[in-house]
Design a protein around this ligand. Structure first.
Ligand code: SF4
Ligand code: FES
Length: 237
């Protein structure tokens, strides 16, 4: 089938402003949109810029807006689009466009790093591994699936308005450590999250949950962080 694409283009070095360019490509039903973008780049316009690496929903690098919704191009199948439909491809919202579909991810990773995304332990390391039961592991196993694609943060109406808001992806990573029985850094992390640009910035709009390609219950996990902050304050009284 022939697929029609309308793709956002912008090279700040030579373009005064962004524009859209149309492409047509023959694709098979089992092709992914990422295959189509690669073929456009290889066969029609080698200047088209976008990120990709694994091609299989693992690396999180090909987040973009497809028909207005944040998604991974490698997880969208051609068969789910109509032949006469024009597929609109744009960069993720919220982030500065570096070129075409490539956005500046530095602010995203700065926020991610701000929550101390690693196991904090105070006691001496045991001789062997730190043990954890299956039940303890289950508490945060959904959050482990996060591939840091930034689709949630780009779709968040709060992030679209307020630059300083830490955003859902960093909160999912905070959840992952707050609910890890081996971690001893809860008080440090709670202090980092207990403010209006931290966990309380979330206004429960659910867009993050709807777009997450890994089906992580993002909004629910942010709600659990808020509960954890309140419980920690209560226990100090
Ligand atoms: Fe991507 Fe989901 Fe992780 Fe957000 S929570 S960065 S949408 S995988
Ligand atoms: Fe790696 Fe899509 S290319 S997640």
């Amino acid at each position: 089938m022939i697929l029609k694409f309308k793709i956002f283009r912008f090279d700040p070095v030579k373009d005064e402003k962004p524009y859209y360019q149309n492409f047509e490509i023959e694709a098979g039903a089992s092709d992914r949109l990422l295959d189509c973008l690669n073929r456009i780049r290889w066969e029609q316009d080698p200047t088209l810029a976008f990120r990709m690496s694994c091609g299989h929903g693992i690396c999180g690098s090909d987040g973009m807006r497809i028909n207005g919704k944040s998604a991974l191009a490698c997880q969208k199948l051609v068969k789910d689009f109509k032949e006469d439909e024009e597929i609109l491809i744009e960069p993720l919202q919220v982030f500065r466009v570096v070129r075409d579909l490539v956005v500046d991810m530095d602010p995203f990773f700065e926020k991610y790093n701000s929550i101390k995304p690693y196991l904090i332990t105070k006691a001496h390391a045991p001789e062997r591994e730190r043990l954890q039961s299956v039940e303890e592991h289950r508490k945060y196993e959904d959050a482990i699936r996060c591939i840091l694609c930034a689709c949630c943060t780009a779709s968040c109406p709060v992030n679209q308005e307020i630059e300083a808001f830490i955003g859902p992806a960093a909160l999912v990573r905070a959840f992952r450590y707050l609910f890890d029985s081996r971690d001893e850094g809860n008080q440090e992390r709670i202090a980092l999250l207990d403010h209006e640009d931290g966990a309380w910035g979330c206004k429960t709009k659910w867009r993050c949950t709807r777009v997450c390609p890994k089906e992580i219950p993002v909004t629910k996990e942010i709600f659990e962080i808020k509960k954890c902050i309140l419980e920690s304050k209560k226990s100090k009284k």
